[in-house]
Design a protein around this ligand. Structure first.
Ligand SMILES: Cc1ncc(COP(=O)(O)O)c(C=O)c1O
Length: 348
């Protein structure tokens, strides 16, 4: 007999990508940005005073909210911050779903949604994406979620649903639409305008990808003040620490730097996709900082293991529909060249 609730004992939990301790490993498995954060971030961290650590941080991370409000053209009460976007996803699952209210999302997608829903004993309704990851609007609406999640760009596919389609879904839903924009800094458009203007749209962002701050743990959500006020009720009291607030504020203020790294990553994404295709590894059109490449001979698993033996980590998902593919993070030109050279040797 387990001490745990039955649903927790039965849960597999979320499996994060591997974080090897050897710095020589070429890490193309967890979609981190290959470039360092803005110098302004390092200056903000260096400027932290002991007093800022002795005291609790601002409970709502207002120093960040004030900068972000200016950058995204919203008011402070339209923003809530979290300890990474995962924290915000957790808050939203707890606030909008449960045994009496469904959460809905198209699949395959970020596997954390299912884990968070299972912990909350939420009704979970998964709706398969249409062909080529088109948005199944009608089926999503029919699933009647109190909250519907859409990762856009989606992971692990990298595919992007046009904002006009997302707007159509938002209009048709009775519940909240949460657009997970973890990878949007590498996409051609975004849903921020929907979050600014629609009463039922939440847009979630992270500093982990576009701002090169996965180690910091900071994310934020934008939406109608009523949605934000409700989420504030379920958040931990001090869910963003003083160092993270200062660093994230500096990062979001430096949009020029974000633009520079974004352009470099996008340029490499297109080069890598073309080079992989020449090796027979075709990928879906990606608007993210990774590619989902189809591998048949050798199999995806064999390639994953052979690459790992050579010190190159990519992501392999041992699940139906994904087990013949590899998710490859776009690295620096040097990292991508090392990957391509290894693949050229491994593929007959
Ligand atoms: C689709 C998606 N959403 C959210 C996150 C979480 O981001 P964070 O690092 O801010 O918790 C990730 C992280 O990989 C992701 O892939």
């Amino acid at each position: 007999m387990s001490y745990f609730l039955e649903r927790i004992a039965a849960l597999d939990g979320y499996t994060p990508g591997e974080q090897p301790s050897d710095p020589a490993v070429i890490k193309l498995n967890t979609n981190e940005n290959p470039y360092p954060p803005s110098p302004a971030v390092m200056e903000a961290v260096a400027a932290i005073r002991p007093e800022q650590l002795r005291r609790y941080p601002h409970p709502l991370a207002n120093p960040f909210r004030d900068v972000a409000a200016r950058v995204f053209g919203v008011s402070r009460d339209q923003i809530i911050c979290g300890n990474g976007m995962d924290d915000l996803l957790n808050m939203s699952v707890r606030a909008f779903s449960g045994p009496e209210a469904a959460m809905v999302y198209p699949t395959p997608t970020y596997t954390l949604y299912a884990v968070l829903g299972s912990i909350q004993a939420s009704i979970i309704r998964e709706v398969p994406f249409g062909p080529d990851f088109t948005l199944p609007v009608k089926k999503l609406v029919e699933a009647r979620g109190r909250i519907t999640y859409l990762a856009n760009p989606n992971s692990p596919s990298g595919t992007f649903v046009p904002v006009s389609e997302v707007a159509r879904l938002a209009s048709a839903l009775d519940g909240v639409l949460c657009v997970d924009e973890a990878y949007v800094d590498f996409a051609r458009e975004n849903c921020m305008e929907l979050a600014r203007t629609r009463p039922n749209v939440l847009v979630m962002r992270t500093m982990s990808k576009g701002y090169s701050l996965a180690g910091l743990r900071f994310g934020f959500a934008v939406g109608h003040p009523d949605l934000i006020a409700g989420l504030i009720k379920v958040k931990d009291s001090y869910n963003a620490d003083a160092v993270a607030i200062a660093a994230a504020a500096a990062a979001v203020a430096d949009q020029d730097y974000r633009e520079q790294t974004r352009s470099k990553v996008i340029r490499e994404r297109e080069r890598l996709a073309a080079a992989l295709a020449r090796l027979g590894l075709n990928s879906l059109p990606s608007q993210a900082n990774f590619l989902l490449a189809q591998a048949d001979r050798p199999t995806a698993r064999e390639l994953y293991e052979s690459l790992k033996a050579r010190g190159i980590l990519v992501r392999y998902f041992n699940s139906p529909g994904l087990d013949d593919k590899l998710r490859i993070t776009v690295g620096t030109p040097e990292q991508n060249n090392a990957l391509l050279a290894a693949l050229a040797e491994l593929i007959p």
